[in-house]
Design a protein around this ligand. Structure first.
Ligand code: GLN
Length: 189
């Protein structure tokens, strides 16, 4: 199994480190040709507007949109969640993948809470110490979306078949279990 991490912008190195610590063949992906060489993709945290622009410019956006709709596994963390969301509230990086039936609001946890940490209960995983940085807030989930964890009543880890998204950054906790959960989605096809 080979996992790609979108390496156009953002904290992709941290994801590579976690994957490699699990013995996974992981590489950063910057061209649409490289998408042919991987079994699943992680879209890291960063700046969703910049990433959206670069995805479009490299031609990766349309390829990923098509593959994601056909079952290719994609996990979006933070900015990656924004790119996966079908709908955004109050702002619009225009060139999104728009694959997942959720609505998110960017930078929605308020000024004092720009960054915070919280212990979550994740379905099938258990307690997980999560780090949120200018996180998007999920304000709606569609019927096909499974909520795997919530923070104060708001979904923070969600899954729709081959697609996984978190508003927090598991690559910054020294705990690989959310990555392992994504690897299981990739392995089971
Ligand atoms: N606020 C960022 C955005 O809107 C996401 C923050 C993050 O990825 N840590 O793109």
């Amino acid at each position: 199994m080979r996992i790609g991490v979108l390496g156009l912008q953002g904290d992709f190195r941290e994801h590579l480190t976690v994957l490699r610590s699990l013995g996974i063949d992981a590489r950063d992906v910057r061209t649409k040709e490289q998408l042919d060489e991987i079994d699943g993709l992680i879209i890291p945290g960063g700046e969703s507007t910049t990433m959206a622009y670069l995805l479009e410019r490299t031609g990766m956006l349309s390829v990923l949109r098509e593959r994601g709709a056909q079952g290719f596994p994609i996990y979006g963390t933070c900015a990656g969640m924004i790119l996966l969301a079908r709908e955004l509230k109050d702002s619009s990086p225009e060139n999104r993948l728009a694959l997942m039936d959720i609505t998110v609001k960017r930078n929605a946890y308020g000024r004092q809470l720009e960054s915070f940490e919280a212990d979550l209960q994740i379905k099938n995983i258990g307690e997980f110490h999560a780090i949120f940085i200018r996180a998007p807030k999920v304000v709606r989930v569609g019927p096909a979306v499974e909520i795997l964890a919530e923070h104060e009543g708001t979904p923070v880890l969600v899954r729709q078949k081959n697609l996984l998204a978190s508003s927090f950054h598991p690559e910054l906790s020294s705990d690989p279990r959310v990555h392992q959960y994504f690897l299981e989605i990739v392995a089971r096809g």
